[in-house]
Write a protein that binds this ligand. Structure first.
Ligand SMILES: [Zn+2]
Length: 293
């Protein structure tokens, strides 16, 4: 069922009997992000699946930028994927057997340490592609890929993607450009993690995710954010309390709402702008959330 962004009041009823407050947060998030909200189901990963309408392959900026003859090499092999937040798409050491083109939301690329700790080293949204390196040669994942927002994507088998790359200079260039972009993200992220304080990194991550979600209301748990930032959950909680005390955000169970955008920007490190510029270089300016949301 279609629900417009300002239809949030109509959504203020339990989606399903026994819906938890966390599911409630996901419901608000789904509406706030202009998803065409229907039902919400919790998933084994603890994330959420939202029933909505396929936004179409051209929602991915890279697919949209391809000349039609190159696009036609891919489209017969692109399947539709609806991903709940927290869905693991790939694990390190596993062969890259599929390539994902996000149509909304974002995929986080995490380095996984031997003790299980993780830290985000890159994010891919509608401007990019996940697993493009497999278009050049068969390879293994070096990172864990996980959807950090409820999202849609188009997926293609790596074997089919390689055939398209071998036949299309435009698609091959796309692979190289995206891999260079991810490398740059990793470089900036390494410097940020080494130099900038957790409050500034927290705000940077929040702003980046806001751009991807196209909403000031973001559904995420402190546990999930700790995995992204490479810190303990208690550190995330302490940091969010400080930022909330400054009047910049409101935190409730599983939901962070930005109430003073300029304050969050003032607290974020310069890397937010650097990442935005990097995203623009890939051909897709960071999304601008609509006013009043
Ligand atoms: Zn930084």
């Amino acid at each position: 069922m279609f629900r417009a962004p300002n239809d949030i009041i109509r959504c203020r009823s339990p989606v399903e009997p026994g819906s938890s407050s966390t599911q409630w947060g996901a419901h608000l998030f789904a509406v706030a992000t202009r998803c065409l909200c229907g039902n919400i189901k919790s998933t084994p990963t603890g994330g959420f699946a939202v029933h909505t309408i396929d936004p179409g392959p051209h929602s991915n900026k890279l697919l949209a930028s391809l000349p039609n003859e190159d696009f036609q090499l891919l489209i017969p092999h692109l399947s539709f994927e609806q991903l709940a937040s927290g869905t693991v798409l790939a694990e390190p050491g596993v062969e890259v057997d599929h390539v994902y083109f996000p149509l909304s939301g974002a995929v986080s690329l995490l380095v996984v340490m031997r003790d299980g700790k993780t830290i985000e080293t890159g994010t891919v949204g509608r401007e990019g592609v996940v697993g493009a390196v497999s278009g050049i040669a068969s390879c293994e994942w070096q990172v864990r890929a996980i959807s950090k927002l409820p999202m849609f994507a188009r997926k293609i088998a790596s074997t089919e993607f390689r055939k398209a790359v071998s036949s299309s200079r435009a698609i091959a260039d796309l692979c190289l450009r995206c891999n260079e972009g991810l490398l740059t993200q990793a470089r900036i992220g390494a410097a940020c993690n080494a130099v900038h304080q957790i409050e500034a990194r927290f705000c940077r991550w929040l702003l980046e995710t806001r751009d991807r979600a196209e909403s000031d209301t973001i559904m995420l748990t402190h546990e999930f954010l700790a995995q992204m930032l490479g810190v303990r959950r208690t550190t995330v909680t302490e940091t969010s309390i400080k930022i909330e005390a400054a009047g910049a955000i409101i935190c409730s169970r599983g939901v962070i709402k930005i109430i003073d955008l300029e304050a969050v920007k003032a607290m974020a490190c310069q890397c937010y702008e650097t990442f935005r510029e990097q995203t623009s270089l890939l051909g897709a300016p960071a999304a601008q959330p609509r006013a009043g949301r």
